[in-house]
Write a protein that binds this ligand. Sequence first.
Ligand code: FE
Length: 418
Amino acid sequence: MARIIAGIGASHTPTIGYAKDNASPDDPAWAAVFQVFDPVRQWLIDNKPDVIFHIYNDHVTSFFMDHYSPFVMGVDTEYVTADEGGGRREYPPVKGHTELASHIGHSLFADEFDISFFQKRPVDHGLFSPLSMMTDRGKAWNEAVIPFQVGVLQYPVPTANRCYRLGQALRRAVESYPEDLKVVIAATGGLSHQVHGERAGYNDLDWDNRFLDLLENDPRALTEITHAEYARRGGFEGAEVIMWLIMRGALSANVKRVHRDLTLPSMTTIATVIYENLSETEPQVIEEHRAKVAHQLDGIGGLDGTYPFTLDWSHRAFRLNGFLHRLTEPEHRRRFMEDRDALCEEFGITREERDLLEARDFIGLIHYGVIFFVIEKLAVVLGMSNPDVYAQFRGETIEEFMKSRNVAVHYSNAGADE
Ligand code: FE
């Protein structure tokens, strides 16, 4: 089974990424920033984890206020660096671990932590600034990463206690994954800083050190602290250190600290810690948890003609689902009907996918992993009704299908198009 071998805490700041890409470790102005990360890089080389579960917050780069989530996890095969205004950092994509991410998703929901999921979104300095210092070996990433974004910028924000309890659920999630994997839980953010308003530039090294003491030895004390109190002690943006409690919650009650260091070069106290995990959950408890994770969908495989739209399906057919979802845009609809070859080419629609569309093979689309609710949109665009789709699913003529209804009516999603 998968094992959590350690937790890593590391600040994330634009300066870290800037130093990595533009400065030298020998430059006295930047040396301390490199030095706090050196032991972490060495520890990762020595201990070779398979996966880093990487907790971070996005900085209104890939997650905007049009849909803001408290917890959102990546379930993709790879992640690229985001453009934060100055162009993308020149790193190759870091690979993901969709199977473990999917399992963690199911496990967290079983524990009633209802998070959301993302695919095909770039990841900003919240993850890549420490990651590029921690694991870059000539720009070839070794470990897989599962990005876990915490919405700490638009209040309401999860409480410190919620983060800690989420970490405890994360521990069960990782440990109940059947494959042998060495997993590190990395948390980023903080320490003290404030970057907006007249209080910009606020720091408190005493509080930073106190926070690290408590995180290691008495994390529950940190779960009682309000957002306002975190902001008062460590600066408003520094309150993002609550993300470190997710990492701490995923570890044993006592941990072995093998590294701790911090430096304050400019606006943010940059800290790194490594805590080795000292115990694993009892096998019996893990077995019970696995049953709990499977419980909600137990038996669904026995329902003929039924295809639960799981994360795995969502990931597999993301391109085609996304292409059809765009039928909600008038210009995409127009091109779909008038210029389909070029449109399919532009969106990388494969020959197999194209054939399903051309044949209006709705049941084929379902088997392929397309969700019904974009097929319904496709039907409207093609001038077909919902009952036409249902009849085809069932392998019936429309007349046969209508006989099975109380009222024989045709309808589609309502709209003002001709
Ligand atoms: Fe941040």
